[in-house]
Design a protein around this ligand. Sequence first.
Ligand code: NAP
Length: 371
Amino acid sequence: MIENIPQTMHAVVLTGHGGLDKLEFHRDWPVPVPESDEVLIRVAACGLNNTDVNTRSAWYSKGNSDATTGDALAGAEGEDGTWGGAAISFPRIQGADAVGTVVRVGEAVEQSLLGKRVMIDGWLRDWDDPLNQSKAGYFGSECDGGYAQYTKVSHRQVHPVETTMSDAELATFACSYVTAENMLNRGAVTAGDTVLVTGASGGVGSALIQLANRRGAKCVGLCSADKTDDVKAVGPLAVIDRNCSDLGSALRDAIGSESVDVVADVVGGSLWPQLINALARGGRYTCAGAIAGPMVEFDLRTFYLRDLTFTGATVPLPGVFEDLVGYIERDEIRPLLAATYPLENFHAAQQAFIDKRHVGNIVTEPFGPAT
Ligand SMILES: NC(=O)c1ccc[n+]([C@@H]2O[C@H](COP(=O)([O-])OP(=O)(O)OC[C@H]3O[C@@H](n4cnc5c(N)ncnc54)[C@H](OP(=O)(O)O)[C@@H]3O)[C@@H](O)[C@H]2O)c1
């Protein structure tokens, strides 16, 4: 049974670059109206992510060289304030990882989608040129996203999912796991590889461990010492304290070798030279983030004398999301849901996300907890 759709809804609206105060909770924001090729989704849950934090604070701006803190950044400009290097238009509803029910479809969309529980593939494509990564946008950045009771998106972005997982659990996957799978694809990770994973307690890091394991690789996770037990439960071969003084000897103690085949990095920052030094000859470095700081010390000699390959990973090729849905439906990966918050408490949710005392991901529920 499809519900009556109201005219207005609860939404968290980003009004400009800056601190948490730029995120306003509204009770009377207009419910979007889907275009002919779009669907309207009643959002049950939406996961948090760092793209939203970085866009709010203009962290992506070349004027910034600091770690992600979630604070307003001096020197960062709005003109290059998004992941793609362009300006964002305000007001904007952020939130990429929406899970919900299709409650209305545009006239060009199959009626059979109505009532389906779906996940949203956040990578917006030019559907006449879908392989062109330069034309990609991101849900919640280049259009409104899921921090609202309703959202709309092209029918090509929505994927019905058959699983017993809850909406909140499903909302932990999209951004982190697509990013992690794309990193592993770009780094050509295969069975038998040993992969050093930074930020292993976070959304992408814990996804990297699960997804590398499912393709037969072995992982060593780096994380804060107090999160070691939780990260061990995700299934790495070993876990190393990210504040260790000598990564090479910590690796030797943990796995009997000072080097690995692949470094999968979302952290960067001051540890970066040691990460690169941990790569064996012919090793691969795959990167999708720099939460500890984007400016690193790079000794080109290590790079070329050791025959290393570096790959960046942001816009995946089409198909990665469909792969992810398959892994979920076949129970090959499991969610790491740290906490849920009602949309009204969004500031508390994003502050907890920034404080990083959790493992996995935090999710907001626009209609409150499922009953
Ligand atoms: N390119 C893309 O498409 C894409 C997509 C998703 C995410 N990302 C980026 O990838 C990064 C990680 O994302 P995520 O969603 O996994 O984040 P997350 O869930 O917040 O986890 C990040 C982890 O990094 C560790 N960390 C935080 N600050 C650190 C610091 N200063 N030094 C060392 N470790 C630190 C924390 O672990 P411990 O407390 O255990 O150390 C934390 O659990 C972010 O920068 C994000 O913007 C990029």
